[in-house]
Write a protein that binds this ligand. Structure first.
Ligand code: ADP
Length: 436
């Protein structure tokens, strides 16, 4: 079969020849040729009109009304392209359906938001958790239905690194963890998880630790008191008993420290504020100077501790918690640095932050441990830490106390080469000096 353009040319040639012959017979070859061209144009016009009707009326699955020639070829190609696109569309529809079915079956809530945070789609769990109706609420801004200004601000800010805790009031009060993610052009998907039971358990755990620490303090104080009395009454010639009482006294101090740290950590982990979270403007250098003196006394002056702090610097924050951050890091540097070790304590405004930095040339830390150091009771070397009187809670306290003042902790260390612990506080908390 000739190629499509060749077939059209053949038809045109045949019509011209027929016109020429007829013209020749009738004595007007020109009119014969013109007649041939006219017939060709009429045939082409009819074919195009059929093609146009076929395209306009659809469906394109019907056989094209025009076969052969260039127009027949165009119709075939259109039909094939249409069939291919149709198949892709069906596959995409099926994939979307499968995705929606699996989202719909999830226990966690999912809501798809369009521009202006309007609801496009929601699964059944999200409807129950947020009290929405679908499809009635489709097209409404989510902020109009979940009336919480902080939640509306969270959606508007488009900074979704952290999740948002949404408190739903009413008879069945619940806490929902909402995590939004942006995608496509101005769209978002939000995942909602009911964390009421989880939060309740966490509160119970925290209260239990705080209560038990509190309850244990009184008997411990009594025992430590009696140990002290016995030490005073002890005859000078009883070295064994003296050793036993000495160890009892040492261990009760350790236990007191542990209970103190556990109680402080429980307070820091809680959301409610107490007296210890009242903010004040702290004269940083004076506080650091006193911590330095205590640290030197604790190691019998066997470390060199240098302090660099521009006089007059003040940091706004809860005194007890800020002091706890500073003291824990300075005392750790003393604990994990041998006699003669050098410790540098710096407080300054730099790089858009207020920085507190403690560097030592002590034992250092293997990088594998660094991400876990702020976990409660995580220790690199258990025996060494216990020997030095550590509770294993120091860095956990530092982390939580920093969180309270929007600060963060950075740890750099190499085994054998020493460590640097840096706390960054927002510059807005600093006053009393040129801020660099
Ligand atoms: P601990 O009471 O055991 O010191 P921390 O929470 O303060 O508990 O510290 C956790 C662990 O981190 C320590 O046990 C120690 O292994 C390591 N560590 C903390 N500070 C330093 C430091 N300056 N140098 C080396 N290791 C350190």
């Amino acid at each position: 079969m000739p190629a499509s353009p060749a077939r059209d040319l053949l038809l045109l040639g045949a019509l011209l020849l027929a016109g020429l012959l007829l013209g020749d017979v009738s004595g007007n070859a020109g009119a014969g040729l013109a007649g041939g061209v006219l017939v060709y144009l009429l045939i082409s016009y009819r074919r195009m009109a059929k093609l146009q009707r076929w395209l306009a009326d659809g469906p394109l699955e019907r056989d094209p009304p025009v076969q052969g020639g260039m127009l027949g070829d165009v119709a075939d190609r259109m039909q094939h392209t249409h069939a291919r696109l149709q198949k892709q569309l069906e596959e995409a529809d099926a994939a979307v359906l499968r995705l929606r079915e699996s989202y719909a079956a999830l226990k966690d809530g999912i809501v798809m938001l369009g521009p202006d945070n309007t609801i496009e789609w929601s699964n059944a769990s999200a409807l129950t958790l947020l009290g929405l109706r679908y499809p009635q609420d489709a097209g409404q801004p989510l902020g109009n239905l979940v009336r919480d200004p902080d939640f509306t601000a969270y959606l508007a800010a488009s900074d979704f690194e952290h999740s948002f805790e949404l408190e739903i009031g009413g008879s069945a009060a619940r806490t929902l963890e909402v995590q939004a993610t942006s995608f496509g052009a101005n769209r978002k998907v939000i995942f909602i998880r009911d964390v009421t039971a989880l939060n309740r358990l966490e509160t119970m755990r925290r209260d239990f630790v705080a209560n038990i620490s509190h309850e244990l303090r009184t008997p411990l104080t009594v025992i430590a008191g009696y140990v002290g009395t016995l030490q005073d009454l002890l005859p000078q010639d009883s070295p064994v008993i003296a050793k036993v009482l000495g160890q009892m006294q040492q261990q009760s101090v350790r236990m007191e420290n542990l209970l103190r740290d556990l109680m402080l950590l429980s307070t820091l982990e809680g959301t409610e504020s107490d007296d210890s979270s009242a903010e004040e403007s702290i004269a940083v250098c004076a506080m650091l100077d006193s911590i330095r003196e205590n640290a030197l006394a604790a190691c019998g002056g066997e470390r060199q501790i240098t302090l660099e702090c521009a006089p007059g610097l003040r940091l706004r924050g809860p005194r007890l918690q800020i002091e706890s951050i500073f003291a824990n890091l300075v005392f750790n540097a003393v604990k994990y640095t041998g006699a003669g070790g050098k410790i540098r304590v710096v407080f300054e405004a730099s790089g858009g932050h207020a920085l507190f930095r403690v560097s030592d040339d002590g034992i250092g830390i293997d990088p594998v441990h660094i991400p876990r150091l702020t976990e409660r009771f995580y220790r690199v070397d258990k025996s060494r830490s216990a020997e030095s009187g550590g509770t294993g809670l120091g860095l956990a306290i530092v982390k939580h106390a920093l969180k309270r003042v929007d600060g963060e902790l950075q740890i750099e260390s190499r085994p054998g080469a020493g460590s640097t612990f840096t706390c960054r506080f927002p510059l807005a908390r600093l006053s009393g000096a040129a801020q660099g």
